[in-house]
Structures are given as structure tokens and as C-alpha cells.
Design a protein around this ligand. Structure first.
Ligand SMILES: [Zn+2]
Length: 330
């Protein structure tokens, strides 16, 4: 409240705000931690993944206990945030952030923060936010570099800057290049400051923030005032990511893991599945959030409804075949 630009009125606005954080990995962890401690009243946390040991180097909301238990990141994050500030609401959604998921939200949030690691989800956020006139803040980091940008209605959107996703080989991934924790801290420092500004009604910074924490380089690169003349979203009024079907199997960034999210799996009952698998698979554990087991050399986490993460496999086709073998309808 003592900070010029926030004050008692700004603090009160933060308390009334709802922010959707997409992805609770490194970026989402840092941002959610800062917003919870700043007193942002309602945080919606969506993440499809579970905590693993290799996350602990940079994903500040998680502990060894979460990695040992394979707790869903959204659940572990919400629990940790409420330990830091019991005066806010933190709601976990253990789910893929898809167009279908976004339709289940009770109302649009005041702001969306990008904590993802992939462009398809960013385009989805971009298109959904454009349709609902919700501001959002892009952020990305790999190796020692990062970038972030505020995207508000009437200004350039993500597709104005990048009509198509950059090639993964071009930008590198956390898998090939790793990621240094201070790069996350630098990018989320910009992202969180801009989030607080937007939530209290201050004018956001325009342009793309870029940094390389190893080289000590920090800059804001100017962008055009208005949308690109050929942007399908801003000029064409289309929202391609809201109508595209989500892929049934995707390899997760940075790991030997594939997510299977079959459209026709709704209704898969974890208790019945646990009974069916007992004796046939190893290390079967049922928690309130998921079913874990080992089979065919893979570690499995299966969520209510049928979405599954397979660790120890990279090929989506093989993962789908394994899924059919163990979880397919009989
Ligand atoms: Zn645009």
C-alpha cells in the first residue's frame, strides 16, 4: 500500500481481482507466489502435470515431498499458496488448458498469465482472451534468456507478432537447452509487475521485454501501436485455436513423457480402473487426485475422466498403443 501507484485503493482492487494462471511450472510458480503474497484475491491455477524431482531446481512452490508423492502441480501449488496467504482463494484445476476447459470457467478472469511452455497453448490463450476482451501477459524462458509482453484489447496480439509458432529447433526448448532459474525470475519480475499495474488500473509497459541473464542484457523492444494489418484474430475476427481439435497425444516439453487426452474417455472411473489393474501392474497407488502405477516399463499417472501422463516414453504413437492396452474400453 505504501508503493506509489498502488495505495489502499489499489490494494483493495487487488483483493477483488481474479487471475487465471495457465501452467504451474517454473513461470507459473514464480508468478503465482508473487501474486498470492501481494494479496490478489482469487487465483485460478490450471496445470496438466505432476511434480517431478527435476522440477525442484526452478519451480519454487514445490518440495521434495510433492515430487515423492507425484502430486498434481495445480494441487500442490494451491496448497502452498494458501500456506503463504490464507486470506486469498486459490483454486486448482488439474486439467489440460483447452478450449473446452476455458468454457467451464464460471466467468472470464480479470487477467490471464501465461505460464506455459508451448505455442499452441499460447495461441489458445491469445484467441480466447481476444474473444472475451481479457488482457493477458505472454512469458517464455529457455536457457538463460526470456521474453514477455502485455497483450490488451486493441493492441497487437501474439499472432500479430508471430502469425505462426517459431520452430522448436529455432528457439530451443528446456529439453535441449535447459533453463537457469534467474531467467525465470527476471521474466516473471516483468510479468508480475505488469500484472499488478493492470489490476490496479495503471497503464502497462508497451513492447516486448527481453533478457539474457547470463550476458546481463535487459531491454524492452518497441512494437507497433496497433494490430498487424493481416492478423486473422485482430483484423479477421477469427479465433482459430478455439475451433481446432486438441491433439489426443502430445510429448511434454523437456521430458520422456507423453500426455494422452482422448476425447472419448470421459467417464473413466478411477476406482473401477484400480480394481481392474490390481495384480496386473506394479506399484499401484490411488490418491484423491489420480491413480499411479508402473506397467510396460512406463510410469503412469491417470486422472479422473481418463487423461493420462506416461513417463518413460517419447513416441506419441507408442504411448497411444500402451494407453489402449491398459486403459482401453473392454
Ligand atoms: Zn493480432
Amino acid at each position: 500500500m505504501r508503493v506509489s501507484g498502488i495505495g489502499a485503493a489499489g490494494q483493495e482492487r487487488l483483493g477483488r481481482a481474479t487471475v487465471l494462471i495457465v501452467g504451474c511450472g517454473a513461470l507459473g510458480s514464480h508468478a503465482a507466489d508473487a501474486l498470492a503474497r501481494a494479496g490478489v484475491g482469487t487465483l485460478w491455477l490450471v496445470d496438466r502435470d505432476v511434480v517431478e524431482w527435476s522440477n525442484l531446481q526452478r519451480q519454487v512452490l514445490f518440495t521434495e515431498r510433492d515430487a515423492h508423492a507425484g502430486t498434481p502441480k495445480a494441487v500442490a501449488a494451491a496448497a502452498r499458496l494458501l500456506e503463504c496467504n490464507s486470506g486469498i482463494r486459490a483454486t486448482p484445476f488439474v486439467a489440460e488448458c483447452s478450449a473446452a476447459f476455458l468454457r467451464t470457467l464460471p466467468h472470464p478472469p480479470d487477467l490471464v498469465l501465461d505460464g506455459t511452455d508451448n505455442f499452441p497453448t499460447r495461441y489458445l490463450i491469445n484467441d480466447w482472451c481476444h474473444r472475451h476482451a481479457v488482457p493477458w501477459i505472454y512469458a517464455g524462458a529457455v536457457a538463460t534468456e526470456g521474453a514477455a509482453m502485455v497483450i490488451t484489447p486493441g493492441r497487437p496480439c501474439l499472432r500479430c507478432l508471430w502469425p505462426a509458432a517459431p520452430e522448436q529447433a529455432e528457439v530451443g526448448t528446456c529439453e535441449t537447452a535447459g533453463i537457469l532459474a534467474p531467467a525465470i525470475a527476471a521474466v516473471t519480475a516483468f510479468q508480475v509487475a505488469e500484472a499488478l499495474k493492470l489490476l490496479v488500473g495503471a497503464e502497462p509497459t508497451r513492447g516486448v521485454f527481453t533478457c539474457d541473464v547470463w550476458r546481463g542484457h535487459y531491454a524492452v523492444v518497441p512494437v507497433a501501436e496497433g494490430p498487424a494489418p493481416d492478423c486473422v484474430v485482430c483484423r479477421g475476427g477469427e479465433h482459430p485455436a478455439l475451433v481446432a481439435a486438441s491433439p489426443a497425444a502430445v510429448t511434454l516439453c523437456g521430458r520422456d513423457a507423453v500426455q494422452i487426452d482422448p476425447a472419448d474417455a470421459a467417464g473413466l472411473d478411477l476406482a473401477a480402473l484400480a480394481d481392474r489393474l490390481a495384480g496386473a501392474v506394479q506399484d499401484l497407488v490411488r490418491t484423491p487426485h489420480l491413480l499411479r502405477f508402473c506397467a510396460d516399463g512406463c510410469r503412469w499417472s491417470v486422472f479422473p475422466g481418463g487423461r493420462a501422463l506416461l513417463f518413460g516414453v517419447r513416441d506419441p504413437l507408442r504411448a497411444r498403443a500402451l494407453y489402449e492396452r491398459w486403459l482401453g474400453r473392454r
